[in-house]
Write a new protein. Structure first.
Length: 75
């Protein structure tokens, strides 16, 4: 496992701990798929606090870009 993999694993673990902490204080995580200016669909991740049907707080956390993965293996 190289340094990049270790940093990535540590970053993912930090995000998971952060999401659990937000859930403990009553906030929810919502993912909204949107199309960006280049036509690619990305997922925006928000922390949201709702009072009834109204949004009291909405803060953008990060954006997830999903690359299309091909099963085609060419050597």
């Amino acid at each position: 496992m190289d340094n990049f993999d270790k940093c990535l694993a540590r970053g993912i673990a930090d995000i998971k701990r952060g999401i659990k902490a937000l859930h403990k204080i009553g906030l929810k995580i919502e993912i909204h798929p949107v199309e960006n200016m280049t036509g690619q669909t990305v997922n925006n991740v928000y922390v949201v606090d709702r009072v009834g049907d109204r949004v009291w707080l909405q803060k953008h956390l990060f954006t997830v870009y999903e690359e299309e993965v091909s099963n085609d293996v060419t050597a």
